[in-house]
Design a protein around this ligand. Structure first.
Ligand code: FAD
Length: 307
């Protein structure tokens, strides 16, 4: 059995694995794909102390750093269940079971996609999911935000200070965001809000996005909007479906509930990164959370007798 088993190989998982291995304890990582969301990222400008890097390059560095330590890395394996007995048992989709004295859940999250033509083609070329990450790339340009919930309206307010103008497209007939956010957004001269708008296509010139097409759901008319950036803010979904039949406590959004030490409700079960209730989902935050969870797991191990 492992002493620490990390589930997930994104920034949170990599950081947890390094911190655990540095304690000289038997550490493993099981992940579907090393690197997580960072693998899908082009430019990264907010990984502090590295002014500019790119997703695949950061992932290669992360993987190399983990491999500098004695860590068992198992990729292309999906965790499917968590059970607590004498050891914690992580069941894999392949049918195998990994036993461990403590586990760090770092399975991350995924942005909900609009699933319209052009979205994937222009992802990273105008279609963006993270205003904190990509907002500055659209300085002085026109952008659209898809989604009028809290994250969409927060994104609009955030972007309004950087870009020329922001148009928010909301599918429903009213915004879902908190009233204070709506009031703030409506007070900004360069923010326009369109409700009853169903985005149907991202338009591009072959190199980058140039705008989108939407249907006005009241008139049925198809309309075009020019935008260099299209921020899709229709939800971030934690990869925690596999925990629904376990005793790990999840929030109503499916995020793993953790305390400020990265502990879940179950002894020996810790969690970190975008899969958890941590506020703000960013690489540097996930790495910090991964190290917190690993140090907490170590604390747990030295206080708990080995079975
Ligand atoms: P993830 O990176 O999501 O990693 C999750 C890991 O778990 C992966 O290894 C995955 O394969 C694995 N996994 C999932 N389910 C299972 C399972 N059941 N069993 C086994 N393994 C599983 N942040 C920034 O700070 N700066 C940026 O510029 C930036 N740009 C971004 C651009 C894009 C397009 C996206 C999508 C995100 C961006 N982010 C950025 C956010 C950042 O990528 C995330 O906050 C960060 O990757 C979260 O790390 P994580 O380790 O918690 O999860």
């Amino acid at each position: 059995p492992y002493e620490v088993l990390v589930v997930g190989g994104g920034p949170a998982g990599a950081s947890a694995a390094i911190y655990a291995a540095r304690k000289g304890i038997r550490t493993g990582v099981v992940a579907e794909r090393f690197g997580g969301q960072v693998m899908d990222t082009v430019g990264i400008e907010n990984f502090i102390s590295v002014p500019y890097t790119e997703g695949p390059k950061l992932v290669a560095n992360l993987e190399q750093h983990v491999k500098d330590y004695d860590v068992d890395i198992v990729t292309e394996q999906m965790a499917a269940s968590l059970k607590q007995g004498e050891y914690i048992e992580i069941g894999l989709e392949s049918g195998a079971t990994l036993k461990t004295r403590s586990v760090i859940l770092a399975t991350g999250a995924r942005w909900k996609e609009m699933q319209v033509p052009g979205e994937l083609e222009y992802r990273g070329k105008g279609v963006a999911y993270c205003p904190h990450c990509d907002g500055p790339l659209f300085k002085g340009k026109k952008v659209a935000v898809i989604g009028g919930g809290n994250s969409g309206i927060e994104a609009a307010i955030d972007l309004a200070g950087i870009v020329e103008s922001v148009t928010v497209l909301e599918f429903g007939d009213t915004l879902k965001a908190d009233q204070v956010l709506q009031t703030k957004a409506r007070s900004l001269k360069n923010v326009e809000i369109i409700t009853n708008a169903m985005t149907t296509e991202v338009r591009g010139d072959g190199q980058k996005a140039v705008g989108l097409t939407y249907t006005d759901r009241t008139s049925g008319e198809s309309k075009q909007l020019d935008a260099a950036g299209i921020f899709v803010q229709i939800g971030l979904v934690p990869n925690t479906e596999w925990l629904k039949n376990s005793d790990v406590e999840l929030s109503r959004f499916g995020e793993i509930e953790i305390d400020n030490r990265g502990a879940t409700n179950l002894p020996g079960v810790f969690a970190a990164g975008d899969a958890t209730t941590v506020p703000y989902k960013q690489i540097i935050i996930a790495m910090g959370a991964g190290s917190t969870a690993a140090l907490s797991a170590f604390d747990h191990l030295i206080r708990t007798p080995s079975p």
